[in-house]
Design a protein around this ligand. Structure first.
Ligand code: SF4
Length: 350
């Protein structure tokens, strides 16, 4: 049995925005899964749905099996027990996630007192251990959040996530607000903790390079769906879906001056989840779209060993190489101009 098995998960917000559409994911204990995509692709909504943390107006369907138990059909008492003890979240922006008027030790101890029914002395001891585990002296428990640096606050967030010994950690952009040196330290810390404690990790980021460096597998999301999934290095180095390829090409490669000084971009924005384009939702931005792409929304299909991609070109003999020859991302060039379909899809200015 997998640690986490997400089956056909959909989330629709009040107002009709389809933020997550039919996502299937699987994660084993000790495995690290990266969820990538631009802002607005549904990554954070998916993460919040896993622990039923979405606002009450959101409609969620499908199954979220955590250690075989469906989180979506659990009674609320059980959901509260599963949060922290079964799975916990490291939120982005530690300064906003910590309570500014409480000492960090009290904030870490709170879930231990509530969920583990520990004594005050036991919670204090565990808090000190957790701080040391994330590389902070136990004495820092008396500090307020504003007395810590950004990196130290993110370490506190990780200590909080570990407070009740969860099996799964969901880290939502845990290093976005940090400089590159601290980012590297936090990423190594997360990796170390996951491997020492045999946890499962879902890490969310728009930064495919960070995810490829940290995770075993990558899932790339676009318009609420997973459009490519597979071993992290393969997806990063040799993406099969044009969107995943564009995302990967947006990051300069070390040792490649051409990409360093002119990283490629992708014209346009992800679509409004309340008004998705017909067919493949990527077709208005896709540099290699076919005429049929405006009508057909391809399902994920085999794209090699343990790989899947949702593109009509995948598996068509010769189609991918012909498309790659037309794709500026695949040729390592900047896109010269916006695809025609994107121009057409853009609303005319009043
Ligand atoms: Fe591009 Fe068509 Fe593939 Fe969608 S299905 S990614 S529009 S080629």
């Amino acid at each position: 049995m997998s640690l986490l098995d997400v089956r056909n998960l959909t989330v629709t917000y009040a107002g009709g925005a389809a933020a997550v559409r039919g996502v299937d994911l699987r994660l084993e204990a000790g495995q690290k899964l990266g969820l990538a995509g631009e802002s607005g692709c549904g990554k954070s909504t998916l993460a919040l749905a896993l622990l039923r943390l979405l606002p009450s107006g959101a409609r969620i369907t499908g199954e979220v099996l955590l250690d075989g138990e469906d989180v979506l059909t659990m009674k609320w008492g059980r959901v509260r027990a599963v949060r922290w003890a079964g799975a916990s979240v490291v939120f982005q922006g530690a300064m906003h996630s910590l309570n500014a008027v409480h000492r960090i030790g009290d904030q870490i101890a709170e879930p231990i007192l509530l969920h583990k029914k520990a004594t005050a002395a036991g919670a204090k001891r565990k808090t000190g251990e957790l701080l040391e585990q994330v590389g902070l002296p136990a004495a820092r428990a008396d500090a307020y959040p504003h007395e810590l640096s950004g990196g130290q606050r993110q370490r506190v967030m990780i200590a909080m996530a570990l407070a009740c010994d969860p099996q799964l950690i969901i880290a939502d952009e845990p290093t976005t607000a940090l400089d590159v040196m601290i980012q590297a330290q936090i990423l190594r810390l997360i990796e170390q903790l996951v491997s020492d404690q045999d946890l499962g990790l879902i890490m969310i980021s728009h930064d495919l390079a960070v995810l490829a460096d940290t995770c075993d597998r990558l899932a790339v999301m676009y318009a609420g769906r997973v459009v490519e999934e597979g071993p992290a290095a393969q997806v990063y180095e040799d993406a099969r879906h044009p969107y995943a390829r564009a995302l990967s090409a947006a990051f300069p490669r070390i040792g490649d001056p051409a990409s360093r000084f002119a990283p490629q971009g992708l014209a346009g924005d992800p679509p409004d989840p309340a008004a998705l384009p017909s067919g493949c939702t990527f077709h208005p931005r896709c540099p290699v779209a076919l005429e049929s792409c405006g009508e057909e929304d391809p399902a994920l299909r085999e794209a090699g060993a343990e790989r899947r991609a949702a593109c009509v070109l995948v598996g068509l003999p010769g189609a991918e190489s012909r498309a790659a020859a037309r794709d500026p991302q695949a040729r390592g060039e900047r896109p010269a101009e916006e695809p025609e379909a994107l121009e057409e899809a853009r609303p005319s200015t009043p």
